[in-house]
Design a protein around this ligand. Structure first.
Ligand SMILES: N[C@@H](CCC(=O)N[C@@H](CS)C(=O)NCC(=O)O)C(=O)O
Length: 219
């Protein structure tokens, strides 16, 4: 199969999800790093008109939006499948993928993980504690709902790994690096066990910030 090309940056949770599914499927891929400060230059806007990552290229086919990328790869390389056959489990997966994008990322991870991890690491900035405190009520609500929906299952949608686990793991692994992880998960041991299981997967080990930075350097 033609190599998959992923345009992304080290540390991007969405970019990591795109790399993780390729690792899970055992598909060949190349990382094309997008240099910091070039997201809104014409060359990248031609790939992604909203100036974000990741972008997938597969032959002459180009695609942005991580959910679309995950679903495309799951359709063209269906073994193993990461979409449950059961309609209710598939619906739960879809619901949680949207919770990831609309409630976990926006205003929660985009604030707390940005302030705690991305700003200090990439820009040498101190975290803005007021912004973090203001995001915590929504963060508690999101984590409580994730824990409720996970229940005592091994994975979010069913007993097997699905697309939502791949989309969500990089976001929650980002939280794992922050002191807020402890606070947000102290009442939710099922979320902690789920992340432990995900962190042990070779696809997560192969796509840490450091490993993606090494791929970017070698590209
Ligand atoms: N809805 C997009 C979100 C992608 C996204 O927000 N990516 C972040 C990195 S994790 C980004 O490109 N941020 C750059 C910016 O906002 O300027 C997707 O699912 O792919």
């Amino acid at each position: 199969m033609t190599d998959f090309i992923i345009h992304s940056i080290p540390g991007s949770p969405y970019g990591r999800a795109a790399l993780m599914i390729l690792e899970e499927k055992g598909l060949p891929y190349q990382l094309r790093p997008v240099a910091p400060g070039t997201f809104r230059l014409p060359e990248h806007l031609a790939r992604h008109p909203f100036g974000r990552v990741p972008v997938l290229e597969h032959g002459d086919f180009s695609l942005y939006e991580t959910q679309a990328i995950l679903r495309y790869i799951d359709r063209i390389a269906p073994t193993p499948s990461f979409t449950p056959w059961d309609a209710k489990e598939a619906a739960r997966m879809d619901q949680l993928m949207n919770i990831n994008d609309w409630y976990l990322f926006q205003g929660v991870s985009s604030v707390i993980c940005f302030q705690r991890v991305v700003g200090p690491r990439l820009m040498g900035k101190l975290p803005d504690e007021d912004l973090i405190s203001a995001a915590m009520p929504k963060a508690h609500a999101v984590f409580a709902e994730l824990a409720r929906l996970l229940g005592d299952r091994q994975f979010f949608a069913s007993a097997e790994l699905s697309l939502v686990d791949i989309l969500m793991a990089p976001q929650l692994d980002f939280f794992f690096e922050t002191p807020e992880w402890e606070t947000l998960t102290s009442a939710h041991p099922n979320l902690r066990s789920w992340l432990d299981r995900m962190r042990a997967r070779p696809s997560m080990v192969a796509t840490t910030w450091e490993r993606v930075a090494a791929m970017a350097k070698a590209a």
